[in-house]
Design a protein around this ligand. Sequence first.
Ligand SMILES: Cc1cc2nc3c(=O)[nH]c(=O)nc-3n(C[C@H](O)[C@H](O)[C@H](O)COP(=O)(O)O)c2cc1C
Length: 307
Amino acid sequence: MTSDLRVSLPGLELKNPIMPASGCFGFGQEYGRYYDLNLLGAIIIKAATKEPRLGNATPRVAETPSGMLNAIGLQNPGIEAIMAEKLPWLAECYPDLPIIANVADNTEADYVAVCERISQAPNVHAIELNISCPNVAHGGLEFGTSPEAAATLTKACVAVSQVPVYVKLSPNVTDIRPIAKAVEAAGAAGFSLINTLVGMRIDPKTRQPILANQTGGLSGPAIKPVAIRLVHQVRSISNLPIIGMGGVATAGDALELMAAGANAVAVGTANFSEPFACPNIIKALPDELAKYDLHDFKTFAVNQEVL
Ligand SMILES: Cc1cc2nc3c(=O)[nH]c(=O)nc-3n(C[C@H](O)[C@H](O)[C@H](O)COP(=O)(O)O)c2cc1C
């Protein structure tokens, strides 16, 4: 029996629920040399900011057991270059591939300007509003840790965006639920969960932090249980769609997040150790579903009702 992997979310008709996570796939150009990106459900592209950014000083990545720390600092060529070069390249090579644009910045005015501009690109089907970057001095977590600030920013971005806005929340909070509720009330179409957890490593020889930024975001298999917990917590208070992520490396991991309440799944760090991580997961999903006598995601939806 063939499986139906399709998933339908606001703005996104996905042939399968698997997509690369922002910052772990660039704009698709490098990975496109290795496999047909049309296999993917969608792509979440690297963060866009109003001005181009070189990111933080190096070293800005460090390995950890079962994961990595990064403090890239939102390096990107800026909204104008993304509009002029990256999105047209994706539209030309992959006209049917849904693109989710990740938006970040320092101030509300800049977030709004980037949302307005990028949502006009014909191949941008949704925005992932990144209010959870732990690696920048201004913006990011400043908006993502307070329900009021998160709601104000969401409302302003939703007002100017031509496409649904999914808000990417931070795991670096005591209770994610009031923030999720505030963001939902402010007009978010859905959630993206989770960004990285703030971590740090020290070189015992120098007794100095390994990352030039001192702290970085922890990602990879180590954070999967945290992601499962937070997806489950947000699902318990909201029916909005959730794009779940955090440590997904196998089809089993993806289904675990979906059982917790995610409607689609993004794969981040796994792309670095296994460039074929996304297509491998997509290929394995039918067999993984069949283990539970399932051939589509409809019955997973049972677990996604508000508890
Ligand atoms: C090197 C690197 C760069 C990232 N850049 C971004 C980014 O630009 N915007 C964003 O919202 N998240 C960014 N993230 C976070 C990922 O999108 C994802 O939320 C997180 O890594 C958890 O998923 P994972 O454990 O599968 O990597 C980045 C993560 C890594 C490892």
